[in-house]
Write a protein that binds this ligand. Structure first.
Ligand SMILES: [Zn+2]
Length: 52
């Protein structure tokens, strides 16, 4: 099970098993998962949010 690194909610998957979210590498090189709704609400500041 994959959880969003911003809202800590479970990231939904499509029926094909594709994650409804995105993988983003933070500045310290850690791969983070962001769900589609966080992606929408933070858009360009996503990376800043992940670095908090
Ligand atoms: Zn989220």
């Amino acid at each position: 099970m994959v959880k969003c690194d911003l809202c800590k909610e479970k990231v939904q998957k499509t029926f094909l098993g594709k994650l409804l979210g995105t993988f983003i590498k933070s500045s310290d090189g850690v791969q983070k998962v962001v769900c589609s709704s966080c992606q929408r609400s933070f858009s360009s500041s996503l990376r800043d949010e992940l670095d908090k």
